[in-house]
Design a protein around this ligand. Structure first.
Ligand code: GLU
Length: 517
């Protein structure tokens, strides 16, 4: 019988969620939804030394913003809780005892100093079948000795007893069969008496089993742990319900070799975290996709295609479409280059699909920050006139480049003149120099006069008055008109802009230009 699909996203709260973790969560989400399964949110916080306050809340807020909904887990509850590993100590203890009882694990008293001494004696030292009898543990000592040490309060760890010389095969949905020989594995620590907590490996396996996880979909960095995990399932006798594994490809640097790091983002100017992160220890602030003005749908679409594609050239897909088309078995093994420029392109695509009115809350906030008060209707008009424009920017290598408007914040430098009249005119500006000559004031005076006489100050109303006049006289007022209203060679069609500004403002700007230029 097919098992019900149950997958989990199981971050450790050691800092902000990395963008690779978001991709992992998204793939789990797509897989769960597509199979009518459950998506579990589990917090793996058994390593208290790496705990960072605020990280769990950050992760929860990130998924809220992204629109990834979990079915059960931390902050949601469910039938398999608690979902925070630090609240499951008693459960793990029972399972550690089970492995001790069936001889699959043993107690070891070696102190960190003793282990360091061994390592300095032999740099290839590994705690395993070849060395364990020289160490201080329940295999090399009598049970009375062990009991006495524990009674005297000595701290110990529990180690997994791995038999050498066997090939363990991990069946991976993406990578096929991955085989590793147990001789290279060490007797991993599963539990530490000092904090009464299991290590990641034990807690992870016990929880996946108890939470009836059917598929483990996680980053490639966990692939090396998976043979050990297979051995643990066997040691517990759970091989029949072992989840299927799928290790997702690494996210690679946008340029050069190696995996994507925060430094790449800092250097090239893109975030590697979904939300801005304020580091509680250092006070450092790292940028986030949300604060940079990305739309969550755009970010998810971009991430979905890092490691998978629908097999044709379709790129823009709604979440529902992705759920329908996603195929775990077709994910790539090879790392996926983190092409952040593509991420910007996706944002452009999603922003354009929005009604101009939907841009206005963010646009309005930017205007206000610049001391301008307007109305959503007027702001939406500006968006409508300007959203297809191109902006110039400098890339991470200081090259001047052009791109489509991709963020609401791209609008401001292009749209200031809609709200504020130019006060100075840059006479060095090529466009101004070229389009404002000796005869221009006279032509602009005539233009102002004509506009004054226009009753219906709309694009059509103005056209009816200006076009025939320009035709008859052979005058070409458009560029100088632009200089007067904008101050330089930007902006929409002059009729549209004038209609937006209204008759008084348009004529006043023309007169100011005549006086000042
Ligand atoms: N706690 C691990 C992490 O931080 C989970 C790995 C797994 O999914 O098994 O990613």
């Amino acid at each position: 019988m097919e098992r019900k699909v149950r997958v989990r996203f199981a971050p450790s709260p050691t800092g902000p969620l990395h963008i690779g973790g978001v991709r992992t969560a998204l793939y789990n989400y797509l897989f769960a939804k597509q199979h009518g399964g459950d998506l579990i949110f589990r917090i793996e916080d058994t390593d208290s030394t790496r705990f960072v306050p605020g990280a769990e809340e950050y992760i929860i807020e990130s998924f809220k913003w992204l629109g990834i909904q979990f079915d059960e887990g931390v902050s949601l509850g469910g039938d398999y809780g608690p979902y925070r590993q630090s609240e499951r100590k008693d459960i793990y203890k029972k399972y550690v005892q089970m492995l001790l009882d069936n001889g699959k694990a043993y107690i070891a008293f070696d102190t960190p100093e003793e282990l360091d001494a061994k390592r300095s004696e032999n740099e290839n030292f590994q705690y395993d079948a070849s060395t364990r009898m020289q160490m201080r543990n329940s295999l090399s000592m009598s049970s009375d000795e062990v009991a006495a040490l524990i009674a005297a309060g000595h701290q110990y760890v529990v180690r997994f007893r791995i038999d050498p010389g066997r090939d363990v095969v991990v069946h991976d949905i993406i990578r096929g069969d991955v085989s590793i020989n147990t001789s290279v594995l060490d007797d991993k620590v599963l539990y530490k008496s000092a904090d009464n907590l299991p290590t990641y490996h034990l807690a992870n396996i016990v929880d996946d089993h108890l939470m009836e996880v059917s598929h483990v979909i996680r980053g490639e960095e966990w692939l090396p742990s998976s043979p050990l995990h297979v051995l643990l399932y066997e040691a517990f006798g759970w091989q029949d319900t072992m989840p299927r594994f799928a290790h997702l490809p690494l996210l690679l640097k946008p340029v050069g070799n190696g995996k994507l790091s925060k430094r790449d983002g800092d250097k090239l100017g893109f975030p590697v975290f979904p939300l801005e992160w304020h580091d509680p220890q250092s006070g450092n602030v790292s940028s986030g996709y949300r604060e940079k003005g990305y739309l969550p749908e755009a970010l998810m679409n971009f991430l979905a295609l890092l490691g998978w594609n629908p097999g044709n050239d379709q790129e823009v897909m709604s979440l529902d479409e992705m759920v329908r088309l996603f195929d775990l078995s077709k994910c790539s093994k090879a790392g996926a280059r983190f092409d952040y420029i593509k991420g910007i392109w996706f944002n452009h695509q999603y922003l354009l699909r929005k009604d101009p009115l939907e841009w206005t809350p963010e646009f309005d906030a930017i205007l206000r920050a610049n001391g301008i008060e307007s109305t959503p209707e007027r702001e939406a008009k500006v968006v409508g006139m300007m959203r297809l424009k191109v902006i110039e920017y400098t890339d991470g290598n200081n090259n001047k480049k052009k791109r489509n408007i991709s963020f609401v914040s791209d609008l401001w430098p292009l749209c200031k003149f809609f709200f504020v009249a130019p006060v100075t005119y840059d006479k060095e500006d090529k466009f101004v120099r070229k389009n404002w000559g000796e005869d221009t004031p006279d032509m602009m005076r005539q233009l102002a006069e004509r506009l004054q006489g226009v009753e219906d100050f709309t694009v059509d109303g103005m056209k009816a008055a200006i076009d025939p006049w320009a035709e008859q006289t052979g005058l070409r007022p458009w560029n100088a008109w632009r200089v007067a209203l904008v101050g330089t060679g930007q902006g929409p069609d002059m009729y549209e802009l004038s209609a937006f500004l209204g008759k008084d403002e348009t004529i006043s700007r023309i007169n100011t230009a005549i006086a000042r230029l």
